[in-house]
Design a protein around this ligand. Structure first.
Ligand SMILES: [Zn+2]
Length: 225
């Protein structure tokens, strides 16, 4: 009897143990499910991270490409800037050279002006030496463009007849040059007194004196009055 009691008690104890184990198993099962879900979530997250990672990698590759392009562009620009600097240097040198040349040119011009002035002075001196001043004798300009009477602008002009030239030379010591022209009205009026109101050149060259003497030697049909 006692053995039966002991067996029953043992069986109950075993049963209680089994139940306890079952409870614990269920707990573990629940925990396992929770862990499984956590693991699934973690896996999803890892996949997300991997996907993000590859996106970032491709973005980085793109950025690298851009960097390479920009670097090339920058090198090209740097090259252009270097060339420009060289050009700028050359331009500066040219400008300096140009300024020097301008300076030399200006000096040369000054020299030319000085020499021209000297030459002109010498010419004037020479001309003065060639001209003589015959006390009281004058000469008209040797131009055929205007009437030889100063201030006269009349466009009708004739060659001055020899007898008039002779008369004027003898009466007023004024030599009428070979090319001189005269307005017909002056010639017909015979009043040459007006010539005394004007100042004519007194510079007479050797040729003028010869011409004057030749003029006086010429015979004329007109009677000089
Ligand atoms: Zn006139």
């Amino acid at each position: 009897m006692e053995r039966i009691m002991t067996r029953k008690a043992t069986a109950r104890l075993e049963e209680a143990k089994l139940e306890q184990t079952l409870v614990e198993l269920n707990k573990y099962k629940d925990l396992c499910g929770v862990l499984q879900r956590v693991q699934d979530d973690n896996e999803k997250e890892v996949l997300n991270i991997l996907s993000n990672n590859s996106k970032l990698k491709s973005e980085m590759a793109e950025l690298h490409c851009q960097l390479v392009n920009i670097t090339e562009e920058r090198d090209k620009l740097q090259h252009i800037v270097d060339q420009f600097d060289r050009c700028s240097d050359e331009f500066d040198t040219t400008l300096k050279h140009n300024a020097e040349l301008k300076c030399r040119f200006s000096e040369a011009q000054d020299t030319i002006i000085r020499m021209e002035s000297t030459s002109q002075k010498l010419q004037t001196e020479q001309t003065n030496a060639l001209f003589v001043d015959l006390a009281g004798y004058n000469r008209t300009p040797n131009s055929s463009n205007l009437c030889f009477v100063p201030d006269c602008t009349n466009s009708e002009r004739l060659r001055v007849p020899i007898y008039i030239k002779q008369q004027i030379l003898m009466d007023y010591k004024l030599y009428v040059s070979p090319n001189a022209r005269v307005w017909e009205e002056h010639a017909s009026v015979y009043n040459w007194e007006l010539l005394t109101e004007y100042q004519f050149t007194t510079q007479l060259a050797q040729t003028h004196i010869v011409e004057m003497l030749d003029l006086l030697r010429k015979k004329t049909v007109k009677i000089i009055g």
